[in-house]
Design a protein around this ligand. Structure first.
Ligand SMILES: Nc1nc2c(c(=O)[nH]1)N[C@H]1C(S)=C(S)[C@@H](COP(=O)(O)O)O[C@H]1N2
Ligand SMILES: [Mo]
Length: 332
């Protein structure tokens, strides 16, 4: 299981413990048998307790510290508000869809196999100049902020997540697309040796998703690099994933390695597998049922069912993009 600790955003800034520091302390605490270090500061006692409680968690202990850990927590942008409490971190990071590591919800341990450094992101296609950029250089170029968004899966469960990251519009700006570009296509890493799901050849790997240029530069489209005041964990799509909260969760592609600008609408991963059930637009709409179930309500990971909202409650930001598109299948 993941180490249970206080959440970064719940405690005063001066008390927040970035993951890298935390792991260092843990190693130190173990190596030096704790005694002298515990005198160093009030905060350490808590860390020591947590370290002993989770000493059997080999994977977490052996993971090298994330080089961006010191960047978090970042300031929350209060423009995006939501009338539901945050989902408990433990629940959010242990209930995931990431088919590269299995077709069930408890892939969080298996996903620790993902190597997230070195990691490069390629920007190509209809751009002034293609480029490949190191993830740490990219993250440090970008204005990081926190946004609390609702995250609604097409399977009718949802959570409320404090993502950290930067507006996708900033990435598009960096990419300098040609005026002829109409879509951004995003691809996940492809490494069947590392990701067992990718050995299941009936899936069209690598995972692929796309947005129109207008959607990608909509203020809500957000590139995620962190969550709960820390770098985003592997199972949630480290080191870079999308959050497009007005759409079903499958649009929110994880562990992205490539952004290609094009004038052709891509066929995304789920659309290719089952076009009858999953389309390109995939906007949330409670009145348009999935062929196999209703989308009228959703089960929150915190417990209980709530009504689902059109565009997942983000209509004011996005509905103008879909005016005069009657012929299109805009929902799921
Ligand atoms: N590469 C990749 N991205 C993916 C998926 C996946 O299987 N592989 N699953 C999608 C689906 S169906 C959902 S609901 C969300 C889940 O995100 P979460 O696990 O962070 O809640 O990720 C999306 N992004
Ligand atoms: Mo999903």
């Amino acid at each position: 299981m993941f180490i249970r600790k206080r959440r970064g955003w719940e405690i005063p800034e001066r008390e927040a413990t970035p993951e890298a520091l935390y792991l260092d302390r843990r190693t130190l605490v173990r190596g030096l048998a704790a005694g002298p270090l515990l005198l160093a500061g009030g905060g350490l006692a808590g860390c020591y307790e947590q370290a002993t409680a989770s000493h059997d968690d080999v994977q977490v202990a052996e993971a090298p510290p994330d080089p961006t850990a010191g960047l978090y927590p970042v300031t929350r942008n209060l423009r995006y508000r939501i009338d539901r409490p945050l989902t408990d971190e433990e629940d959010a990071v242990t209930y995931n869809n990431f088919y590269e590591f299995g077709s069930h919800k408890t892939i969080h341990r298996a996903a620790q196999a993902l190597k997230i450094r070195p990691w490069t992101v390629t920007i190509d296609g209809m751009v002034e100049e293609p480029m490949t950029i190191d993830i740490d250089a990219l993250i440090r170029k970008m204005p990081l902020e926190e946004r609390v968004y609702s995250h609604r899966c097409v399977e009718a469960w949802s959570m409320v997540v404090p993502w950290s990251g930067f507006p996708m519009a900033k990435l598009v700006e960096l990419a300098r697309p040609l005026s002829s570009a109409r879509y951004v296509v995003m691809r996940t890493f492809h490494d069947p040796e590392l990701a067992p799901g990718q050995r299941q050849h009936w899936y069209p790997w690598p995972y692929l998703e796309g947005l129109t240029m207008e959607e990608a530069t909509n203020e809500l489209a957000f590139m995620v690099t962190g969550v709960y005041g820390k770098p985003v964990p592997r199972q949630m799509g480290a080191p870079l994933r999308l959050a497009a909260p007005w759409k079903y969760g499958f649009k929110c592609i994880k562990s992205i390695v490539q952004f290609s600008f094009t004038d052709m609408r891509p066929v995304s991963f789920w659309e290719e597998i089952q076009p009858r059930e999953y389309g390109f637009w995939a906007n949330v709409n409670p009145e348009v049922p999935h062929p196999r179930w209703s989308q009228a309500t959703e089960r929150t990971l915190s417990g209980g069912r709530i009504p689902t909202k059109l565009y997942n409650g983000y209509g004011e930001f996005v509905q103008h993009m879909y005016k005069d598109m009657e012929g299109e299948r805009l929902f799921a």
